[in-house]
Ligand binder design. Structure first.
Ligand code: ZN
Length: 115
């Protein structure tokens, strides 16, 4: 299975459906964020908005703390730690990514979330 957006192969079970498209986790998180990270203007707006309006929820604070302590973990591990469904966690991750609090990276061949 290939991602309908970036064309990267997707591991079985990690396919995300979005408007009839099959997307990888990264693209799925991207389309869930209203602004694209590569758009400087949108990032600027998101930043100035986050200063005024967006406050970090208790749950997001917990996620950030875990990431700080662990130096980055896999999404599945994080979901277990905060006792959340993967789909719910992905929404939180998308929000935090949008706020530029966290990012995804590869470590030992696995995709992890880190600060
Ligand atoms: Zn993709």
């Amino acid at each position: 299975m290939k991602c309908g957006r970036c064309g990267n192969p997707i591991k079985k079970g990690e396919e995300m459906g979005y408007h009839g498209q099959i997307l990888c986790e990264d693209c799925y998180m991207d389309v869930l964020s209203p602004a694209k990270i590569c758009d400087p203007w949108a990032t600027y707006i998101a930043k100035s908005a986050s200063d005024k309006e967006i406050t970090i929820t208790e749950l997001q604070e917990k996620i950030l703390k875990i990431l700080e302590e662990t130096d980055g973990v896999e999404t599945e591990v994080l979901a277990e730690k905060v006792n959340l469904k993967l789909s719910d966690l992905q929404r939180e991750i998308a929000t935090l990514r949008h706020m530029e609090k966290i990012r995804g990276k590869m470590k030992d061949g696995k995709k992890i979330i880190c600060l």
